[in-house]
Each structure stands twice: as structure tokens, then as C-alpha cells.
Unconditional design. Structure first.
Length: 339
């Protein structure tokens, strides 16, 4: 597609070792009803033949473009490479093991243009080994108010009744459409996922902070596949140093933009610190079964001022993961960190 002015949506897909799931992902992109789009496949040095699958789709459909990383950049910087090459009026992101409805990008694009939106959201269907679950919509708000709500949801949850207590959907970037001119105007990029995690939450947070108008399509158009080896499930993605760096980045953003002085944002941040600490300990011990390793991680978290302050701020925690060992583990962890 030579004339960049007719590209309405650029879909960026980092590709590493997607295995058997890549064909389903790219197949769902190849049948999109929106013709004026490009699908940028960023090959991040795959070793399982995913590059060959990508090349086959590019040969059959001119909407597919292939970028090749000279070294393994991981998902954050791979998305950044896609952003550098993107020509569409709007940008979307798709994970290499997920798939989408045939009319997804046409539906989101029409909503964006008709309502003059910077950001368009839709609920996703989360697919696990145990079954499927559709995520909820954001609260029904005017376009001018929704970006602030999205921002709060990306920072954290505030209560058990919080409408934004909906992590996979409220923090996800893959079921949303972003205006490329806004990304370029504010030089928004993903963080390096070799150094810190939650690159999607941080990108959405920074984008929503700068957005003027956002809207929703109340249809589940995106299928997000979990528990089959996707990036977010790997131990590398949630190692303690990356989690702490994520929390520091989040803290710095809130501080620079004077949001920590707001009690609601402060509570959301503190709760995120506590939840991420618990999740990291729980998953690491589940995998390694090492009390000594667990103790070293606890000490690592305790050494950080923002972690100590978050645990000292409140004796409780608003949990978002129903399978987590809740009160008992939290009380022990809080006691150790606060003393």
C-alpha cells in the first residue's frame, strides 16, 4: 500500500515464538473488513519458524508489512519499532497469540471518526484453559470524562466496589484504538521490557492522561489468550526487579504530574504496590518452592521506600485476584515490611 494517506489503522504485532497460535492471529487480521489498514509484523528474532508464517501472510496480503529486529528487543521496544514505521491515522496493538473479530478495526475506527475521539475502547474476551470470560465495559461517562477514568483504572483500584476493578480490560492496550498524531505529539513510547514490566499499563496511563475525548464500543471484539505461554505469564515478565522498576516509574509519573496529592490516586498507587508485591511473591514461590529465595525477595521489596510507605499507609488491601492467598499472606508480608 503506497499511499500512506489512505491508511486508517496501523495494527502493530510483535512476533516472537508464537507457535501454533500465530496462524490463527494473522488469519483473523487478514480477514478484516477494513481495507485501508496496515498490519506491521515486528519479527523479534523468533526461533520457532514464526518468521516463515509471517512471510507467507505478507506474500498473500499487501496490508501486511514485515520489520525485522536485528536483536531480540522484547515486546516493549518491538512495539516502539512498529510505532516508528506506522502510517495510519490510528494505531492498534495485537499480541501474537490473540485473535480478533473480522470487523474489529472497522468498528473502532468508525466510532473514533464519527465521535472525534482520541481513544476508543471495547471489552475483550479473556480465554483461559478453564474457559472464557467477557470483561466489563468502562463506566458510562461523557467522552470528556472517560480518559480520566481510564487513567485511574490504569493506576490501580480503590475499593471492592470500584467499577475499574477490572485489571485485564482496564489496563489492556490490545482492545483499544489510539490516535497516532497524539502519540507522536507527546513522543509516547513503551518502556523497555528487559528492564521493567507492565509496559501496556504505563503506555495507556500516559496516553489517557493526555487524551481529551474517549469512547466505547460495547461489543467484545478481541480475544485475549492466557495461560498458554503468553508474555505476561512468564517469570521473566514478573521478576522482582522489573516489578519494582514498574512501581518506581508509576510513582515518578504520578509525582511529576501532581497526582499523588489526590487521596484517590495515592490510595490506588499504594494498593497497586501491595498487590504487585503479593503477586510476585506468590508466583515466584509457586514456581521455585524456595523459602530462602522468597525471603530474599521480601527483603528486596522492603528495601524500597515507596513499598514500605505503601504497606504502612493502610492495614488492609483491596484484592483483585480471587485465587490469591489473601489475608494471611498479606498480614505476614505487611508485618515484615513495616518492622
Amino acid at each position: 500500500m503506497d499511499n500512506s494517506s489512505i491508511i486508517k489503522v496501523s495494527v502493530i504485532v510483535p512476533v516472537y515464538n508464537a507457535g501454533i497460535y500465530l496462524k490463527r492471529c494473522l488469519g483473523s487480521l487478514s480477514i478484516q473488513t477494513l481495507k485501508e489498514m496496515e498490519i506491521i509484523l515486528v519479527l523479534d528474532c523468533p526461533t520457532d519458524g514464526s518468521d516463515k508464517v509471517a512471510e507467507e501472510f505478507a506474500l498473500r496480503d499487501s496490508r501486511f508489512r514485515i520489520l525485522r529486529n536485528s536483536e531480540n528487543l522484547h515486546i516493549g521496544n518491538s512495539r516502539n519499532e512498529g510505532l516508528k514505521a506506522a502510517k495510519g491515522e490510528y494505531v492498534a496493538f495485537c499480541d501474537h497469540d490473540d485473535y480478533v473479530a473480522p470487523n474489529m478495526y472497522e468498528t473502532l475506527y468508525r466510532c473514533a471518526v464519527n465521535l472525534e475521539l482520541d481513544l476508543v475502547c471495547s471489552p475483550a474476551v479473556i480465554i483461559r484453559n478453564s474457559g472464557e470470560r467477557q470483561m466489563k465495559d468502562y463506566p458510562s461517562l461523557p467522552p470528556e470524562s472517560l480518559p480520566f477514568s481510564i487513567l485511574k483504572g490504569a493506576v490501580g483500584t480503590s475499593s471492592n466496589d470500584d467499577e475499574l476493578k477490572n485489571f485485564p480490560s482496564s489496563g489492556a492496550i490490545w482492545c483499544k484504538l489510539f490516535k497516532r498524531s497524539m502519540i507522536e505529539e507527546h513522543n509516547l513510547r513503551f518502556v523497555d521490557t528487559k528492564k521493567l514490566t507492565a509496559e501496556d499499563l504505563l503506555f495507556l496511563m500516559e496516553y489517557a492522561y493526555r487524551s481529551h475525548r474517549a469512547g466505547q464500543v460495547h461489543k467484545p471484539l478481541y480475544r485475549h489468550v492466557l495461560e498458554i505461554g503468553n508474555t505476561g505469564a512468564t517469570l521473566s515478565y514478573i521478576n522482582p526487579d522489573k516489578i519494582i522498576n514498574y512501581l518506581k516509574y508509576l510513582y515518578d509519573f504520578l509525582s511529576v504530574n501532581s497526582l499523588l496529592s489526590d487521596p484517590d490516586f495515592r490510595f490506588r498507587f499504594n494498593n497497586t504496590v501491595k498487590i504487585q508485591s503479593l503477586i510476585t511473591l506468590h508466583r515466584d514461590y509457586t514456581f521455585h518452592k524456595s523459602p530462602l529465595r522468597l525471603w530474599s525477595i521480601v527483603k528486596r521489596f522492603k528495601s524500597e521506600r515507596i513499598v514500605r510507605e505503601a504497606f504502612q499507609a493502610s492495614p488492609s488491601c483491596i484484592f483483585i485476584h480471587p485465587t490469591m492467598i489473601r489475608g494471611f499472606l498479606f498480614k505476614i508480608l505487611r508485618f515484615i515490611i513495616c518492622h
